[in-house]
Design a protein around this ligand. Structure first.
Ligand code: C2E
Ligand code: MG
Ligand code: MG
Length: 252
């Protein structure tokens, strides 16, 4: 915990960016910012390990703010450097989502960076959205008013109330990688993926599948009308310079 406390000040945190690919045109439509902690003693610590510690200790607020500012500023820089404008997706902790200052903070960060709100997407997990759904509707409305897009991460693993889902100002469902992993061999998983895609379509939302690793998984998802994918099949999360190179090389 003490080491994590110093991680920000000592510049041990960095963001990697995973390309999101539209299945129709096979173009890069976005990047998900994924946090990395590079500690001299502990090595590379996975966010799955340190995010829960950061949440319990309150450190997630300054860390989350750093993530937002770094990701938004990076996207502005890429656009200025000539990359086609795309969405930067940032994961949000429940602690950040519940903080009353969130809409103002996000707006301030966008303004300071000079990035239009339409290029930011906040990823909320089902647990975040459904924990106190009535309050969540209010927060989403306030973010939506400011032009900020939201998606539901790891969709299908939580307990979504469908009556709330339609009230949420959500533009995208992210199909959890656990369903994508066995989509070829497991008919139940395939049925769940198809159901999510159809549910999203009827609610006017888009779908993106996570954890796509093989050409066969990709083919099934495309067949079923999934809008976009991210996963090792196209690229793992990349440091900023490699991400820009990846996008430029795909255009050739
Ligand atoms: P997530 O948001 O669902 O991110 C997807 C995770 O799947 C990432 O793990 C990514 O590296 C991994 N992944 C991507 N493609 C593939 C694939 O084809 N196969 C497999 N097996 N894995 C793939 P990562 O980077 O370790 O992040 C884990 C989780 O930590 C994230 O899950 C997210 O919930 C959380 N996280 C990461 N960065 C942040 C952050 O800045 N803030 C907050 N609050 N949470 C974060
Ligand atoms: Mg995510
Ligand atoms: Mg996910």
């Amino acid at each position: 915990l003490n080491a994590l406390r110093h991680a920000l000040a000592r510049n041990e945190l960095e963001l990697h960016y995973q390309p999101q690919i539209a299945l129709q045109q096979e173009t890069v439509i976005g990047a998900e910012a994924l946090l990395r902690w590079n500690n001299p003693e502990l090595g590379m610590v996975s966010p799955a390990e340190f995010i829960p510690i950061a949440e319990d200790s309150g450190l997630i607020l300054p860390i989350g703010e750093w993530v937002l500012r770094t990701a938004v500023t990076q996207m502005k820089r890429w656009i200025d450097a000539g990359l086609a404008p795309m969405v930067i997706a940032v994961n949000l902790s429940v602690v950040q989502f519940r903080h009353p200052n969130l809409p103002d903070l996000v707006t301030k960060i966008l303004e300071e960076a000079g990035l239009p709100a339409e290029y930011l997407e906040l990823e909320l997990t089902e647990a975040v959205a459904m924990n106190d759904p009535l309050a969540a509707v209010g927060v989403m409305d306030r973010l939506h008013e400011r032009g900020i897009n939201m998606s539901i991460d790891d969709f299908g693993t939580g307990y979504s109330s469908l009556s709330y889902l339609k009230k949420f100002k959500i533009s995208k469902l992210k199909i959890d990688q656990s369903f994508v992993r066995d989509i070829i061999d497991d008919t139940d998983d395939r049925a769940i993926v198809v159901a999510i895609i159809n549910l999203a379509r009827s609610l006017g939302m888009h779908t993106i599948a996570e954890g796509v690793e093989t050409e066969r998984q990709l083919a099934v998802l495309k067949d079923q009308g999934c809008d976009a994918v991210q996963g090792y099949f196209y690229s793992k999360p990349l440091p900023e310079d490699q991400f820009a190179t990846y996008v430029r090389n795909r255009l050739i």
